[in-house]
Design a protein around this ligand. Structure first.
Ligand code: NDP
Length: 307
């Protein structure tokens, strides 16, 4: 059976950064990329807020470059999904794609989180062409334009107020007649003049042409169907941290985010660390994920020195 010093699960900014640090530290990391190599960033186009790229950088290019950087220092990057784990004893035991078993002295979980989508075919068709699940990433492309945000939680309110600073007008599409968001966030939305709330509305279809999104067709609870014209359609109906496979061993909060120990990336299992969006419900940025991948690798290095 293969036995590795450091196993990294996840091929996003956190995983690749952890691999860069771990390989430079001589830990010979093996990284499994999972089903979405490059992570969530690959669903967007240009990244303009990652430091070091004054003109912005193509998201796939950025992730490809992080990956190449890890390979350059000797990281062993593999295709495969971790389908089950046994963290009850060391070395830890992990199953890849339901078959191969691999043992690891230390593990970094960097499996990310997935944005929830409505599941409409038209929404899928225009993903990256006006449909986005990240206002901070993509809002800038809709400067002085009209956009819509779906959702009534804290994220939706935060994204709507963020977009209201950039865009001409922001519609909030809320499926009930109340917000789920906290009072402070609700107040902020209510006091922003260029946000219009469309209560009791569900999205029937995202409208568009070869240029991308042009509007949204809505169904109101009273049966009325109507269209609004927008260039951007932002989903803010929640995220799902990809922690399910670890839940028998690793503590999570009520939403499934892995709990780490204060400023550290340590989980409740000694030798298992978590980095990136799988343990971060608040910031969810490529740069914060990369930074936490760095921290996790440094902590693995310290852990392996004494274990
Ligand atoms: P939430 O689960 O809190 O809210 C999701 C929202 O999306 C709800 O309004 C929900 O409607 C709506 N929704 C869900 N599914 C659909 C659907 N299929 N169609 C239309 N609408 C839908 O998720 P958030 O991401 O907003 O927040 C997650 C957690 O993070 C929360 O605990 C939140 O408080 C926290 N958070 C805190 C922030 C802060 O304090 N600054 C910022 C962002 C998040 P309904 O209400 O009808 O179910």
């Amino acid at each position: 059976m293969e036995n590795v010093k450091c196993l990294i699960i996840g091929g996003g900014p956190a995983g690749y950064t952890a691999a860069i640090y771990a390989s430079r530290a001589g830990l010979c990391p093996v990284l499994y990329e999972g089903m979405e190599p490059g992570g969530q960033l690959t669903t967007t186009t240009v990244v303009e807020n990652f430091p070091g790229f004054p003109e912005g950088v193509d998201a796939n290019q950025l992730m490809g470059d992080m990956r190449s950087q890890a390979l350059r220092f000797g990281a062993d990057i593999r295709t495969g999904v971790i389908t089950s784990v046994d963290f009850s004893r060391r070395p830890f035991s992990l199953v890849v794609d339901g078959g191969t078993v691999i043992e690891a002295r230390a593990v970094i979980i960097a499996t990310g989180a997935s944005a929830r989508y409505l599941g409409l075919p038209s929404e899928r068709k225009f993903r990256g062409m006006g449909v986005s699940a990240c206002a901070t990433c993509d809002g800038f492309f809709y400067r002085k334009k009209d956009v819509a945000v779906v959702g009534g939680g804290d994220t939706a309110c935060e994204e709507a107020t963020y977009l209201a600073n950039i865009c001409n007008k922001v519609y909030m599409i809320v499926r009930r007649d109340v917000f789920r968001a906290s009072l402070a966030m609700r107040d902020r939305v209510m006091n922003t003049p260029n946000i219009e709330i469309l209560w009791n509305c569900n999205t029937q279809e995202v409208l568009g042409d070869e240029t991308g999104v042009t509007g949204v067709r809505l169904l109101r609870k009273d049966g009325k169907v109507f269209d609004i014209k927008v260039d951007g359609f932002f989903l803010a109906i929640g995220h799902h941290p990809n922690s399910d496979v670890f839940k028998d061993f690793i503590d999570t909060d009520e939403n499934g985010y892995i709990i780490t120990d204060g400023k550290s990336s340590r989980t409740n299992v000694e030798g298992v660390f978590a980095a990136g969006d799988v343990q971060d419900p608040s910031f969810r940025q490529a740069i914060t994920a990369a930074a936490s991948g760095c921290k996790a690798a440094l902590e693995v290095e310290r852990f392996l020195m004494s274990n």
